[in-house]
Design a protein around this ligand. Sequence first.
Ligand code: FES
Length: 115
Amino acid sequence: MALFSKDKEPVRQDGYTRVARLKEIRPGQVREATAGTVKLSLANVSGNYYAFAANCPHQGWPLWAGDMKGELVRCYLHRWQFNVRTGENISPGVPVCLPTYPVLIEGEFLLVKVD
Ligand code: FES
């Protein structure tokens, strides 16, 4: 289930949108979210937050359903792994990267800029 559905806000003039409360994403966890109409994955890596594509660029499996290990998320379907900070695919022989998005913390909220 996507986060923050009750308090969803429109995109701000600077392009950022509130997508979650920080406490909703525990360290080592990846969650589904939306920013406007854009679906996202959000990850907490030791208190650092990252936003990246909701779906795997291979065959579209939801990355928010994958496993996290450090900065890496592993797609459940065929085990491709991506660095959630850089978007780099670290699986051998796979040149496809993952779209990532800038994040901002304001108080208890995580904001993402998707444009
Ligand atoms: S769908 Fe993610 S690795 Fe194939």
